[in-house]
Design a protein around this ligand. Structure first.
Ligand code: BGC
Ligand code: CA
Length: 345
């Protein structure tokens, strides 16, 4: 008799647990996403944040409510750590973090584990080892190496089809490089790959100078002025790690009222709205589209799934913890097509 009761109660337990396939646990429809960024003034990150806010609005329907709170660390990792504590205290059930110092995520990861709050890191890539420290950590970004290659190819195409780019006719292209923050994966990889790719395509490059301008338009204008003071019109090519710095360079040539035909060939990366204008005007020769919308979309898919304790392998269709959205070349020759595609989105 005892045995029968035990078996029966076991069966009842099994039925109640599976309850005809409907989930026992109610899914959480109040999703509070805390977004922490190294600097809210960064043009590319502004793009990502705006896309995430729009996406959250679209998702908030019926009894589903997705809210986003943004914290700006103003370039200080300690500030970001404090902001994370506040966000957790305020009930955020998932975090999207753009680290200030991508090599120092220890406090952030420990805090997340302790409070059981998952994190989707983005744009500033942490080393693999750190991402493996907990199974609720993910990364969304873009493959830096591809942006460098594409920029190098654009430079090679341009130089080949514009022999006048070699202003002094010495068979070499004298260039200067404007770099983003020194420890950023995109700075390191883009700088190396853009140059090596152009060389592989047969461009003879001659480096005059390289300066750090931390992704900033104002800093780039400043650095460019110094380089112009030193090298003048010997500069035939300006390679920039992002569009904001390329725009800073153009600001400087404009300020000096140098005719556009005498500008060196200037190249950037990101495909921001402002940069696209300069591409059409011919002041910028090429950029590489860094798809903020697609990255924001992936961050949101992951964040929402994690907040609802869902199996994210359905979202991402892979076992990997890092997701990369590819870049796209953007020059005068495909800019109209590009704009049309984006209007239709
Ligand atoms: C973008 C830069 C941006 C940086 C911020 C890069 O991927 O190309 O424009 O400033 O990320 O981390
Ligand atoms: Ca030359």
């Amino acid at each position: 008799m005892k045995k029968i009761i035990a078996i029966l109660s076991f069966i009842v337990l099994c039925i109640s647990m599976s309850s005809c396939g409907t989930p026992v646990q109610q899914t959480n429809n109040r999703i509070k996403i805390g977004v922490l960024v190294y600097d809210e003034g960064d043009t590319f990150l502004k793009g990502i944040i705006n896309e995430m806010i729009a996406d959250a609005k679209n998702r908030s329907k019926g009894d589903v409510d997705v809210t986003i709170t943004v914290g700006d660390a103003s370039g200080d990792q300690n500030t970001q750590n404090d902001q994370m504590e506040d966000m957790i205290a305020n009930g955020c059930n998932v975090l999207a973090i753009n680290l200030v110092d991508r090599t120092d995520p220890t406090s952030i990861i420990n805090l997340a584990k302790k409070n059981n709050v998952p994190i989707v890191f983005f744009n500033r890539e942490l080393v693999k080892h750190d991402l493996e420290r907990w199974n609720q950590l993910y990364y969304v970004g873009a493959p830096a190496i591809r942006s460098g290659m594409m920029q190098g190819e654009e430079i090679a195409d341009y130089v080949r089809s514009h022999p006048e780019a070699d202003k002094n006719g010495d068979g070499k292209i004298q260039y200067v490089l404007l770099k983003g923050e020194q420890n950023h994966q995109d700075t390191i990889i883009r700088s190396e790959k853009a140059v090596s790719t152009a060389i592989n395509y047969g461009v003879r490059l001659d480096k005059l100078a390289g300066e750090v301008a931390n992704w900033s338009r104002a800093q780039a204008q400043n650095r460019m002025q110094q380089m112009i003071n030193e090298y003048g019109d010997r500069i035939e090519l300006v390679i920039c790690n992002n569009d904001d710095m390329a725009l800073g360079v153009i600001d400087d040539y404009r300020k000096m009222q140098i005719p556009v035909k005498d500008y060196p060939a200037i190249f950037g990366i990101d495909g921001t709205e402002e940069a696209v204008k300069d591409l059409k005007e011919g002041t910028l020769k090429g950029t590489v589209y860094n798809d903020a919308a697609a990255q924001a979309d992936k961050i949101m898919q992951l964040a929402v799934a994690l907040a609802q304790d869902e199996d994210v392998s359905n979202v991402v269709h892979s076992n990997s913890k890092s997701f990369y959205i590819d870049y796209q070349k953007l020059t005068r020759s495909n800019v109209e097509e590009f704009e049309q595609e984006h209007e239709n989105k």
